[in-house]
Design a protein around this ligand. Structure first.
Ligand code: SF4
Length: 367
């Protein structure tokens, strides 16, 4: 323990003089048993870099237009083949009608859509969906398609990532979510997602998006076969990308949920609360150039997300109506929180709730 305390003290000194943390610091942070010391350090980093007591959330609707997917990632409980029971693909008309009905009822400001990589539709299907959603709900921000999906579209259409993004942008796309990153190390990708494109493609999509002025998000799926070294490598690669293009709005750590996946049959368990808090804290400490770190309450549950607000997180994602991907993998946190509930939950953590839009412009604040 004395070693851990000394290590944290050395890292604190670096933080206080604004010195960047390196790979060995990241490893030491993951290896420490001093969980509360780590949380305190991450909270200090958050305050030193950006400041206040605000905790952000957005009012959003999650939709999945198709769960048909060709990739078969081993950690995924969402994807189906076209002939499997429960497989679906919704037309643009049906999707728009559903979204417009929901919008009339709740007035969300963001639609978040990710899908399986469906080999039975073409690129026009995606462009048409974005265009129609944008026409029907011009004031709603469309945050759609992971880098993996953009890569899939580039294969479908035989054009570059940049050209795919340019077409989607002119149809009304506002930003990209951060999925598909998993863990960048090729050893891990081969084990958990052998059918997925290499990490370089994920970066190429995000770099192209940032070059076109499309902001994006970044993620890390942890709690399966990855080592601490591979987590640190992942975070530092994100930091390097952000140094080059500055287009990431937020980082979202995603805990692996084993239910209904091949890993459940092998007896794998959910991550522990201590590990979830550690990942939030180390992310905040290493990602000194990404403005926001999210405690995704759907994944962590509200009580732990509340604690995470003292471990470096400053965003709880949002009202998240209708999330299906973590629910398929055993998340028990429900799929919708009303604004009043989120406000109560943020206040009870001693922080100031701020409703934001996707680009972090403030819409409303509860003092
Ligand atoms: S994680 Fe995405 S790409 Fe992988 S199988 Fe599931 S839906 Fe398909």
């Amino acid at each position: 323990m004395a070693v851990a305390v000394d290590t944290l003290q050395e890292i604190r000194e670096k933080l206080e003089v604004g010195e960047r943390l390196d790979f060995d610091d990241g490893l030491a942070l993951f290896e420490t048993d001093d969980l509360l010391g780590l949380g305190e350090l991450a909270d200090l980093a958050r305050r030193l870099r950006s400041g206040g007591d605000e905790v952000f959330f957005v009012q959003n609707l999650y939709l999945n237009q198709t769960n048909v997917c060709r990739v078969k990632c081993k950690f995924c409980a969402f994807a189906k083949t076209r002939k499997q029971e429960g497989a679906y693909t919704i037309t643009a008309d049906e999707l728009v009608e559903d979204a417009a009905r929901q919008h009339a009822a709740s007035g969300f400001t963001e639609i978040h859509i990710v899908n399986g990589e469906n080999p039975h539709v073409d690129f026009a299907f995606y462009v048409d969906t974005v265009r129609r959603l944008h026409e029907a709900l011009p004031d709603v921000h469309l945050k759609m398609y992971t880098a993996s999906e953009i890569h899939h579209m580039s294969k479908l259409a035989g054009i570059s990532h940049r050209d795919v993004l340019r077409e989607l942008q002119s149809a009304g796309l506002g930003s990209l979510p951060g999925g598909g990153a998993e863990i960048f190390a090729q050893r891990v990708r081969r084990l958990i997602a052998p059918g997925k494109e290499p990490a370089e493609d994920w970066f190429d999509v995000h770099e192209a998006a940032h070059g076109l002025g499309i902001p994006t998000h970044c993620t890390m799926l942890y709690g399966h076969v990855e080592t601490y070294e591979e987590r640190v490598d992942h975070l530092l690669r994100l930091r390097e990308q952000q140094d080059r293009t500055s287009g990431f709005l937020a980082f979202i750590p995603l805990a692996f949920h084993p239910e209904n996946t091949v890993f459940e049959r092998r007896g794998w368990r959910f991550t522990t609360g201590a590990d979830d808090l550690k990942v939030i804290a180390v992310s905040r400490l290493l990602l000194d150039n990404v403005p926001h770190v999210k405690a995704y309450w759907i994944m962590m549950g509200l009580p732990l997300a509340q604690v995470a607000l003292h471990f470096g997180a400053d965003d709880v994602q949002g009202t998240v109506a209708r999330e299906q991907i973590f629910q398929a993998a055993g998340a028990t946190s429900g799929t919708e929180q009303k604004i009043s509930e989120l406000v109560r939950f943020v206040r009870a953590a001693g922080r100031i709730p701020v409703q934001r839009d996707t680009l972090y412009d403030e819409l409303r604040r509860w003092q």
